[in-house]
Design a protein. Structure first.
Length: 542
């Protein structure tokens, strides 16, 4: 082909300028058919004329160049910048580019349509969604339709909730979450109960929206059998804060113990005063399940109680040690002169009640209560007797506390200087409740075992990969990794394959023996547990 002369180029440039004045796009496309014969400098000059022309002329031509001369388009970034700026300022040209069948890569007009929420583009995007089968482009269309937020797109987007490609499913979930209409949310809820990964994405969407419908759906999943879904539903309700309190409070009137316990956990985490009265009412109806009582006192510890905190004192005489410890922690958090006097009366009453109360105070390591009673000789005598049977860390803690507050004689009785200890078997305990870990620590010490404690299953796994314990005790319900998954992963560690495992749960009826055997769990320990039941379970496996 004969090279273009300077005269030829000048003629082309004059023609292009005239086309721009007349907005004659057809003739301009013919002129541009010689573009690839030009050198870089001349191409730049031609493109400059296009970029500075009116949008009715420049935008269609820039789209034409993008698919006709992709290498030239890629070599001059100013073209894309001009196209983006033009579409943002003159969005009416978006539909023309979307309908241009020769323009296969519609990333820019699709992106701009979504970013500026250009609703007139919805029909064109739906048409493209129904025609195109490129995964990447479908994701772009779904993203744009979601950002525009039009109800007209809901039915089309919902078709991709059941796509074989999971990336498209997740993109459609995100798009429907942006639209947030009643229909969109109902269709999302219909997609639940199929795949845990997909269910989790939908729950995250509900937690983001936080309207009444979404909160009710999150609430349904706080008793899910899948730990990831259950934990995320709980965290989602906590994230909703005050909005979720009415529906969670209603859970306290139901019959399902798990539902009540998880609801108490949520209310305690939110920490709003509206939950105080319902929880106090719950404690006032003589709940027979100690796990519920434990969760109730644990929740009250995190709520802004007023002078009515005296209700906590009744928990110090509960039949279950774990409940007494939870009550002691709650009292310490809300300690006041009124509570102090009430507890002093309790330890000066019957000896049986006094021992029960002081034991809870010691095992819970509640400093304010302990110090308020430290000058009482009766308390000193019983506390020394009780602490002599506790873990060395507990005695050390109170001895240091008493020395610091000038109770030197009392401190010496708590921790004799000549005391020595023999090595014991090591039990690794994993539970996301620091209070339950403290209970295990004290009980196991009294049974002549040493402990290594973890609130995080991940941290426990890291330790177990390097170290060795004689036994693993793990809670069932924990965030990230539940007790079953933890046991399964532990058994894959070569030096731990023979290590016994005990699973702690209040949901024994929901777990089959075959499930335990499959992951290498030897025994179950039911909550609430006492030293004698813990000892019996340990004797079976050690």
């Amino acid at each position: 082909m004969k090279p273009l002369t300077d005269h030829d180029f000048d003629e082309m440039l004059r023609e292009l300028k005239q086309n721009a004045l007349e907005k004659d796009i057809i003739k301009a496309k013919f002129v541009l058919s010689f573009l690839e014969q030009l050198d870089h400098k001349r191409i730049n000059r031609m493109l400059f004329e296009i970029c500075r022309s009116e949008p009715d002329f420049s935008i269609p031509l820039l789209g034409f160049i993008s698919y006709t001369y992709p290498s030239i388009y890629a070599s001059f970034p100013i073209l894309e910048e001009t196209l983006i700026g033009g579409l943002q300022e003159y969005p009416e040209h978006i539909i023309g580019l979307l309908n241009d069948e020769k323009m296969l890569d519609k990333t820019i007009p699709v992106y701009i349509a979504g970013e500026i929420k250009y609703e007139p583009a919805v029909s064109a995007l739906i048409d493209l969604l129904n025609k195109d089968r490129s995964i990447q482009q479908i994701e772009q269309y779904l993203d744009a339709l979601g950002k525009i937020g039009s109800e007209k797109a809901v039915n089309t987007i919902c078709e991709f909730l059941y796509a074989p490609n999971k990336d498209l499913v997740f993109e459609s979930i995100k798009a429907l979450g942006w639209i947030r209409s009643e229909t969109a949310l109902i269709r999302l809820s219909h997609r639940l109960n199929d795949d845990p990964e997909i269910d989790l994405a939908i729950l995250k969407t509900f937690a983001m929206i936080q309207n009444e419908f979404c909160i009710s759906k999150l609430n349904q999943y706080i008793i899910s059998k899948n730990p990831s879904l259950r934990n995320y539903a709980k965290q989602g309700l906590i994230k909703c804060g005050k909005k979720s309190i009415p529906i969670v409070i209603k859970n306290l009137t139901q019959q399902d113990p798990d539902l009540i316990i998880h609801s108490l956990n949520i209310l305690g985490q939110i920490g709003d005063s509206n939950a105080i009265a319902p929880i106090r009412n719950l404690l006032g109806i003589n709940i027979t399940d100690p796990n519920i009582r434990f969760a109730a006192y644990e929740a009250l510890a995190n709520l802004p109680l007023d002078k009515g905190a005296y209700i906590l004192a009744s928990g110090l005489t509960d039949l279950e040690e774990q409940v007494r410890i939870a009550a002691a922690k709650a009292i310490n958090r809300h300690y006041s002169p009124i509570l102090a006097n009430g507890i002093k009366n309790m330890i000066n009453g019957s000896r049986e009640e006094a021992v029960t109360v002081i034991q809870a105070i010691c095992l819970a390591q509640v400093d304010d209560i302990f110090l308020s009673l430290a000058d009482d000789l009766n308390f000193q005598k019983m506390a020394v007797s009780i602490l002599s049977k506790t873990h060395i860390d507990v005695r050390t803690h109170f001895a240091h506390l008493l020395y610091k507050k000038n109770f030197h004689d009392f401190a010496n009785q708590v921790f004799p200087q000549d005391e020595t200890f023999k090595p014991r078997q090591i039990i690794c305990v994993v539970d996301d409740s620091s209070m339950i870990l403290r209970i295990f620590k004290n009980m196991l010490h009294a049974l002549n075992y040493d402990t290594i404690l973890f609130e995080s299953p991940v941290s426990a796994l890291e330790w177990l990969q390097k170290e060795k314990a004689d036994l693993l005790i793990t809670d069932l319900n924990m965030p990230d990794i539940d007790g079953m998954d933890l046991s399964r992963q532990v058994k894959q560690i070569a030096h731990l394959q023979q290590m016994p495992i005990i699973l702690v749960t209040s949901q024994a009826e929901k777990i089959q023996p075959t499930e335990l055997a499959e992951v290498g769990i030897n025994e179950m320990l039911l909550k609430p547990f006492r030293p004698d039941t813990l000892k019996q379970t340990l004797n079976k496996v050690i």
